[in-house]
Design a protein around this ligand. Structure first.
Ligand code: HEM
Length: 494
């Protein structure tokens, strides 16, 4: 009995000392923020659990200023200057990767203050993480892979994928024509636009649609299971002990069983290697590169690239497309301008402004994008940040900066991109964080822009979309990603 009491006492003492150490950790204790965040990850966990991280993150910056401690070892920054230092320059900070001792440390403590966010981007396949551009935290390996395959993602290169995009738009338009044959139809566009994004991405990567548009439903629950993974990852990566638990749970089921997209990718790569044919899609291009220079890209890297293209791309694409539909339905003035441009078949300048402004008002990531302060530490916005601290900027916070975007930064106004001076446009573009920044800028940006601009032009040439229940608005799930649901819209022919 006495032994149990001693043991309990020891645990309580360790936890108490741990709390004190975490709360008053040298240098971070002077950074303002919610009290609970100074010694636990509960603030971050709750913000994600209640699906309002963008709102909570903006509020704490309004309350505490441009530098806020949002976790024991996590600091959120708001200023464009901090954004440049942490994310956007050549010397920007690295993605989070743990040192061995810290890894051990977080396993034995419930307050562990490091997280290894990007670990989750690589499913463990045959005992090894399937490392890809998103998950790679080794700066050198990331740079080499990006150099080797980056040529396939340039604006010029992705133009070759136009036939795939056209075939998906055609199918989508056929479905809409069918549904609106006799009268306007009410469709949940949060779902239909996701079907388009996913089918189109799959067609571009492996010349195969997943069947969402054809059948008008979430085939094999693929989107539902992706949603669950995104939610779990968003939540569990907020606290190290949960992240460890997530890793453990994931290790119980073979990755290709738990992640249908991995299973699909593996079978597509294998089938194409067995019977190669000249397919103008991303897989074909990657295999050509492998045949020409096998040392440049391995089959494992090709598999990983297709896997991450499909998983990293569909959800964020759908988020941007939904936001365009939503904001256009709320802003007839902008929609009329856009239509006039579409009718006159002009350059697409205001289409770009609409897309740009949508990416600004509704960024796809809802949390800070985590980076690690270098070993020697850094001075950011007047604070000395010790090495190893997790730092980052939340796009929702940055995009609401009134000095950069004006007093009406909370309004959807694409004209801000058209009327501003060249200098101002440059400043606003430099702070646009929706596609990430620096060496980790989204490699799929040109693919996304091609798909989005073509769909916008085709849809609004033929249809109108108005919220069926404008008083309800939509539901934004502000977690790691900022997915929207509940977008019943009346679709009518023009
Ligand atoms: C509107 C659509 C998209 C948005 C807003 C978007 C956003 C982002 C963001 C914010 C990052 C940086 C993440 C970080 O640093 O943690 C990123 C990286 C990435 N994205 Fe996208 N993305 C989009 C579409 C796509 C598509 C279509 C693909 C694939 C074809 C793709 C593939 C990737 C990959 C592979 C990375 C990792 C790049 C690297 O670190 O080198 N994305 N994306």
């Amino acid at each position: 009995m006495a032994f149990v009491l001693y043991a309990l006492g020891a645990v309580v003492l360790i936890v108490y000392l741990q709390l004190l150490y975490t709360r008053y950790r040298k240098q971070l204790s002077s950074i303002p923020g919610p009290f609970i965040a100074s010694f636990s990850n509960l603030w971050k966990l709750a913000a994600v659990y209640y699906e309002d991280m963008p709102g909570w993150n903006m509020k704490v910056h309004d309350k505490y200023g441009p530098v806020v401690r949002i976790g024991p070892n996590h600091v959120s920054f708001a200023s464009p200057e901090a954004f440049q230092v942490i994310h956007a320059t050549r010397q920007a900070f690295a993605k989070v990767r743990e040192y061995f001792f810290l890894h051990m440390y977080r396993l034995i403590t419930i307050y562990g203050n490091q997280s290894d966010f990007y670990e989750v981007g690589a499913p463990v396949y045959h005992g090894e993480p399937l490392e890809n551009l998103f998950s790679l935290r080794d700066v050198q390996r990331h740079a080499t892979l990006r150099r080797n395959i980056g040529g396939l993602y340039t604006k010029a290169a992705v133009k070759d994928f136009e036939p795939q995009v056209d075939s998906c738009i055609e199918l989508f338009m056929r479905q809409l024509a069918d549904k609106t044959r006799n009268e306007p139809a009410i469709l949940d566009m949060s779902v239909w636009l996701h079907f388009f994004a996913y089918d189109c991405l799959s067609e571009m990567n492996v010349s195969k649609k997943l069947g969402f548009l054809e059948r008008g439903q979430d085939v094999n629950g693929t989107i539902e299971s992706a949603d669950k993974i995104f939610f779990m990852v968003g939540l569990f990566t907020q606290a190290p002990i949960l992240q460890w638990l997530l890793g453990f749970l994931r290790s119980l089921v073979p990755a290709e069983e738990a992640e249908p997209v991995l299973k699909f990718t593996l079978s597509e790569v294998e089938a194409r290697r067995k019977s190669p044919h000249n397919q103008t899609d991303m897989l074909g291009r990657l295999l050509d590169l492998h045949l020409e220079q096998p040392d440049k890209v391995s089959i494992t890297e090709i598999t990983a690239a297709i896997f991450i293209n499909l998983t990293a791309g569909h959800d964020v694409l759908a988020i941007t497309i939904r936001a365009i539909w939503y904001y256009l339905s709320q802003n007839p003035r902008v929609l009329n301008k856009l239509r006039a441009e579409i009718r006159s078949a002009s350059e697409g300048y205001s289409t770009n402004a609409v897309i740009q402004e949508t990416l600004r008002v509704h960024p796809n990531t809802g949390t800070i994008i985590e980076r690690k302060a270098p070993r020697e530490g850094a001075i950011i916005d007047g604070y000395h940040i010790p090495g190893g601290t997790i730092v980052g900027v939340n796009a929702w916070v940055l995009h609401n900066n009134k000095k950069v975007y004006g007093e009406d930064s909370d309004q959807f106004r694409p004209e801000r991109w058209l009327d501003a001076t060249e200098e101002k446009v440059l400043e606003m573009s430099r702070c646009l964080f929706s596609f990430g920044a620096g060496t980790h800028t989204c490699i799929g940006k040109n693919i996304a822009m091609l798909m989005i601009s073509k769909l916008v032009m085709e849809f609004y040439r033929r249809y109108d979309a108005a919220l069926a229940h404008p008083e309800q608005g939509w539901k934004v799930h502000g977690s790691w990603v900022t997915k929207q649901t509940g977008m019943d819209m009346v679709i009518s022919r023009l």
